[in-house]
Write a protein that binds this ligand. Structure first.
Ligand code: NAD
Length: 309
């Protein structure tokens, strides 16, 4: 695929907007669609040609990328269930469909199947790295795709990517993403509980950090996204939990993980507890804040001792 290859980009929001802009910068001809006028304007400024519908955007595309809020929308857009012309069928034969949204494994497989049934190639490629990574072009892509499509995928994802990991067949990208984020969700609660317990035992944050960060408690939630200010100056806790990975997105990903746990009969008791905790927090203090703000909820809800009861 040449660098002037034509890419359709459907969903030009907080993630899709800057991702499409990075493709333009790398020399791709990008035609996009988003129903929101604000997203359309930003995309135009970045050099994206804005089409009137997803199908129109895909008319000449060699690669069709979607970056949408949820699985229902991806399936609606692919199959035209929302009353619009289906995306699948609109692109020239031979096109590669790549869904980068975070959606259920089964929805990813169903969307890919719709494209495969129409004679196209298809892949799922959800990302981690957030809006900062989308803007910097340093996202990690977790790819579920046939072996034969990987080279073309690497080429087109490269301007948006720090890393591209081939995880297996279609659906494997989503599976890797939700398994990773289940570890992250649980471990952030573990780290937060430990800091609050330490506070009540008279232990300074720095002392606990110095021990745990070089001992067996070491993990990303502690050493990169530390939920207390001080030990890791770049963590969201140092700026009032602004930016970072929003609590509602963590709650969404854990919900997808629990959906997958149910459908596979997997014992994920801690995953379920973490899901309940973040889903509640997402409707309360967690809105608009990094998920590590969960430490404030833990601090606020405890405090009673056997003697004080
Ligand atoms: P967003 O809401 O900012 O963007 C989604 C865009 O899709 C919106 O602009 C919306 O108008 C558009 N849209 C809705 N219906 C559409 C349609 N029929 N056709 C075309 N566009 C349509 O969301 P986001 O933060 O960009 O997230 C997109 C996906 O990326 C989600 O699945 C999310 O879980 C995942 N994700 C987000 C982050 C993050 O930090 N924001 C990180 C990793 C993964």
């Amino acid at each position: 695929m040449s660098m002037s290859a034509k890419v359709a980009f459907i969903g030009l929001g907080n993630m899709g907007g800057p991702m499409a802009a990075n493709l333009v910068k790398a020399g791709y001809e990008v035609t996009g669609f988003d129903p929101m006028p604000e997203a359309q304007d930003k995309a135009r400024e970045a050099g994206v040609t804005v089409a009137g519908s997803p199908a129109e955007a895909a008319k000449e595309a060699e690669v069709v990328i979607t970056m949408l809020p949820n699985g229902k929308l991806v399936l609606d857009v692919y199959t035209g269930r929302d009353g619009q012309e289906p995306l699948v069928g609109a692109a020239p034969q031979g096109a590669l469909f790549v869904d980068c949204s975070t959606i259920a494994v089964q929805d990813a497989r169903d969307a890919a199947q719709a494209a495969l049934d129409a004679g196209y190639r298809a892949a799922d490629a959800p990302v981690s790295g957030g809006t900062v990574g989308a803007e910097a072009g340093t996202l990690t892509f977790m790819v579920g795709a046939a072996e034969g499509d990987i080279e073309q995928l690497r080429t087109v994802l490269e301007p948006m990517a720090g890393r591209v990991v081939h995880c297996g067949d279609v659906g494997a990208g989503q599976a890797a993403k939700i398994c990773n984020n289940m570890i992250l969700g649980i471990s952030m609660i573990a780290v937060s509980e430990a800091f609050v317990l330490g506070e009540r035992l008279g232990l300074t944050h720095q002392a606990l950090f110095d021990v745990a960060s070089t001992a067996s408690g070491q993990c990303w939630a502690l050493t990169t996204n530390c939920p207390v200010p001080g030990p890791v100056p770049t963590s969201p806790a140092n700026r009032g939990f602004t930016g970072g990975f929003g609590t509602p997105l963590m709650a969404k990903d854990l919900g997808l993980a629990m959906h997958a746990a149910d459908s596979t009969g997997t014992d994920t008791r801690l995953g379920q507890l973490a899901t309940d905790i973040y889903q509640q927090f997402a409707t309360e203090g967690g809105v608009g804040r990094d998920f590590s703000a969960i430490i404030e909820e833990i601090r606020a809800t405890g405090g009673e001792t056997e003697e004080s009861k």
